[in-house]
Design a protein around this ligand. Structure first.
Ligand code: ADP
Ligand code: ZN
Length: 222
């Protein structure tokens, strides 16, 4: 018996991070932490941090680093670090990556997986994307839930995200290039980056990701 892997999943909006992060977390029995899901849940609850985050999200802007760090920091308990995790949507800026590096002190990241899907393809995927308000499960107009508008796994409402408008998506993709692509170099310099082709069936992409984890993660390492 060893521990679970500590993973970061990078990739453009619509690359399939949410779906693959959940599959990886289930596969390794570790927690899936999505900052997007955290902020959407906080906004739905109407907490002040949630409502503040929602203003940025709906405009396609990034939530300020200080707010993001305040919200996620509580999650990085000793237990969370020891068991392993899959981070989805965090870090998204260089200051966030540096903060994560500090927080992980003594529990190094095993791998940052960059899920590569070109912009033309993610634009098409996002236009048809639908999401469960309650559990974050994602659907597509071509692959809807069994009952129109009702989540298969939790019965929540399946809707289009407020930030999946064309303008907000353009802005988010622009910010990905400016703010998030530098993180790819950051992990590359640490020798922790694996790029994975994100085009194809969900299962095939998942196998590619697991393959990388198996090559780079040692469950017996500290
Ligand atoms: P996407 O990757 O498609 O943008 P997410 O659900 O990951 O979807 O994030 C939705 C929105 O939440 C982002 O556009 C941004 O406004 C906010 N957000 C999520 N994570 C972060 C983060 N780490 N830093 C700043 N903003 C974030
Ligand atoms: Zn659901």
């Amino acid at each position: 018996m060893g521990r679970g892997p500590r993973l970061v999943l990078l990739g453009r909006q619509g690359a399939g991070k949410g779906t693959q992060a959940q599959l990886l977390a289930d596969n390794y029995g570790v927690e899936h932490l999505s900052t997007g899901d955290l902020f959407r849940a906080a906004a739905a609850e109407g907490t002040s941090a949630g409502l503040e985050a929602k203003r940025f999200m709906d405009a396609g802007e990034l939530v300020p680093d200080a707010t993001v760090i305040r919200v996620v920091e509580d999650r990085f308990t000793g237990d969370f670090l020891n068991r392993g995790f899959v981070l989805d949507g965090f870090p998204r800026t260089l200051p966030q990556a540096e903060e994560l590096h500090r927080v992980l002190d003594g529990h190094p990241l095993d791998l940052a997986l960059d899920l590569e899907v070109p912009t033309e393809i993610v634009l098409r995927r996002i236009a048809g994307r639908r999401v469960c308000e309650k559990c974050g499960a994602t659907y597509h107009v071509d692959m809807p839930p069994a009952t129109e508008g009702v989540c298969d796994s939790c019965g929540g409402r399946v809707v289009q995200r407020d930030d999946d408008t064309e303008e907000a998506v353009q802005r988010r993709l622009e910010l990905y290039e400016q703010e998030t692509v530098p993180i790819i170099d950051f992990y590359c310099n640490l020798g922790k980056l694996s790029a994975v082709d994100g085009i194809g069936e969900t299962d095939d992409v998942f196998k590619r990701l697991v393959d990388q984890v198996e090559q780079h993660f040692d469950p017996q390492s500290p």
